[in-house]
Design a protein around this ligand. Structure first.
Ligand code: MLC
Ligand code: AMP
Length: 491
């Protein structure tokens, strides 16, 4: 059995999952995931890496499903619960999923899939086979596909093996000293590595408790914190920004209670985007906690981190995590000198296997000697990595989500009256970056309100900011005259 699921047996009576409805033990998880595995197998001996897509809210059912797929030898394809039908269809078709499992909330959304050939669609409630003998699942088998935007084309499926996931888990368990006494609050989406690996798999691998909220809400987060059980929290910088905003509305008494409580946490992590030093400092004032900033990517799990014990340096992402090879590389050689910038490259068992059915993209993303090119530029200063930015202006990180500028441009160019356009990420304190663009109009003024609504409809996966998409004082024909790098500086 997958190593970290096997270790659940040692903690059978611990609470594995807490939701607003109930507590679930590791025994519950093992029993339910066993039934699910048997149902997915449906008499077969092994799923042999069949892709099993599922759309399930954060909670016990989600984890039982994930474990069930892994125990039956399948590849887990978690779908985003906020995505519309067409985005789900892209993932289902790209992975050639064999089965799609849903819970009642998604009954209507997924019903068109019922007529898809070669796709078995089942309600989670109906997966009730008696647990059978489950197959041996080897470490080099594929375990999960997560979708990530790139600089070209549609999102790519990042394939991780069981060995990759185990190595990613082990690295963080060692670095952050996870134990079965820990209790994390997880408010992150569960179709991305941060919420899945760092905030769910790591705690569950050691017998700790994961508490889920169905959706992020800053007030509810403080309510849960104040109950007194949670001792670890992880989020993207935007979430800390939103927590700070709500905290400012509290009375002095509430603020003091919050500080007493949060100062008892073992640690709090920020990642997935650069943590502004201003947010780190405000949060320190609120909680007496210095946020532990770390750096990662869907393809590599977590790679570089500030330490649990020792100096957490604001504005820096720290040093390579256990078991992770990290180097800086400029055009032709490894950067050996401090203060000289280069691309972060990563090597080791934590690094993914491939982009699903995209051998060329996979090959391009590795150097000849097997290092993964992250596309992020950094320097090392006094032993710590500091991120300078991305190699490509075509990747935007907003609210912790990766967005392809090119995908938005492609859609924009279809809008009547737009001759050309350039989309870039504009720095923003709350969201990290927000989506912005310059347009070349064919002749007349473009009605920006209408364009904005249209774009929101066309790209429902992306959060197109209502207010900021086009700044009125920017010359409309700006794209005809500047490169995208220059465009970025114009905003
Ligand atoms: C939402 N809004 C935005 C926006 N997102 N506006 C501008 N830019 C954005 N990025 C607006 C919406 O349009 C809406 O406005 C309003 O904010 C509320 O939208 P919402 O969807 O309800 O927002 P909320 O639930 O508050 O979501 C914010 C969030 C979410 C921060 C909780 O974005 C989130 O969960 N992010 C985490 C992503 C994550 O896990 N990334 C990890 C990837 S893995 P209106 O006008 O329509 O009302 C990775 C590797 C690693 O990166 O290192 O970890
Ligand atoms: P994703 O492809 O969604 O997994 O996002 C990975 C990208 O998020 C990385 O390539 C970085 O650009 C960015 N990222 C993650 N953590 C940090 C961080 N601590 N600081 C700056 N950028 C980060």
């Amino acid at each position: 059995m997958i190593e970290f699921i096997a270790s659940a047996m040692k903690h059978e009576n611990n609470v594995a999952i807490r939701t607003s409805e109930a507590d679930f033990t590791y025994k519950d998880l093992l029993e339910r995931s066993g039934q699910i595995a048997a149902s997915l197998l449906n008499g077969r001996e092994h799923l042999n890496e069949a892709r099993i897509a599922f759309i399930i809210n954060p909670g016990f059912e989600y984890v039982a499903m994930q474990w069930g797929i892994w125990r039956a030898g399948g590849i887990a394809v978690p779908l985003c619960v906020k995505h519309p039908f067409l985005s789900l269809k892209y993932v289902i078709e790209d992975t050639s999923a064999e089965q799609l499992i849903y819970t009642d909330d998604y009954h209507e959304l997924i019903s068109p899939f019922k007529s898809f050939e070669n796709l078995r669609v089942s309600n989670y409630q109906n997966l009730h086979e008696d647990a059978a003998d489950l197959p041996q699942v080897d470490a080099d088998q594929r375990a999960m596909i997560l979708y990530t935007s790139g600089t070209t084309g549609k999102p790519k499926g990042v394939v991780s093996t069981h060995c990759n996931l185990k190595s990613q888990v082990n690295s963080l368990v060692e670095a952050w000293q996870w134990t079965s006494d820990d209790h994390i609050l997880n408010v992150l989406p569960l179709h991305h590595i941060h919420g899945i690996l760092n905030a769910t798999c790591c705690p569950l691998s050691v017998g700790a408790t994961v508490e889920f909220l169905p959706k992020f809400n800053p007030n509810t987060v403080f309510d849960v914190f104040m109950k007194g059980d949670v001792n670890i929290f992880m989020a993207v910088p935007t979430i800390y920004f939103k927590l700070v905003t709500v905290w400012k509305t509290f009375s002095d008494e509430q603020k003091s209670e919050v500080k007493d409580r949060l100062s008892q946490f073992r640690f709090m992590v920020s990642g997935s985007a650069a943590l502004p030093v201003s947010v780190l400092e405000e949060w320190r004032g609120i909680s007496d906690q210095t946020l532990l900033e770390r750096y990662g990517m869907t393809e590599i799990g977590m790679a570089i981190s500030n330490p649990l014990i020792g100096e957490r340096r604001p504005g820096y992402i720290g040093q390579a995590l256990p078991g992770v090879g990290a180097r800086l590389y400029d055009e032709s050689a490894e950067v050996k000198e401090e203060g000289v910038s280069g691309e972060i490259q990563i090597k080791g068992d934590t690094v993914f296997k491939e982009y699903w059915k995209k051998p060329e993209a996979t090959e391009e993303s590795f150097t000849e000697d097997g290092w993964f090119r992250t596309g992020d530029t950094a320097v090392i200063e006094n032993g710590y990595f500091r991120i300078l930015g991305r190699n490509s202006v075509d990747i935007i990180k907003s609210g912790g989500y990766k967005i392809s500028a090119l995908e938005i441009e492609e859609v924009l160019r279809k809008y009547p009256g737009i001759k050309d356009c350039g989309v870039v990420g504009i720095p923003d304190e709350e969201w990290g970056e927000i989506i912005g663009g310059g347009l070349v109009a064919e002749k007349d003024e473009i009605d920006l309100e209408k364009l904005n609504s249209w774009l929101r409809e066309q790209l429902p996966n992306y959060k197109i900011p209502r207010k900021y998409l086009f700044l009125d004082d920017l010359p409309r024909n700006v794209m005809g005259k500047v490169t995208k790098k220059e465009l970025k500086t114009l905003f």
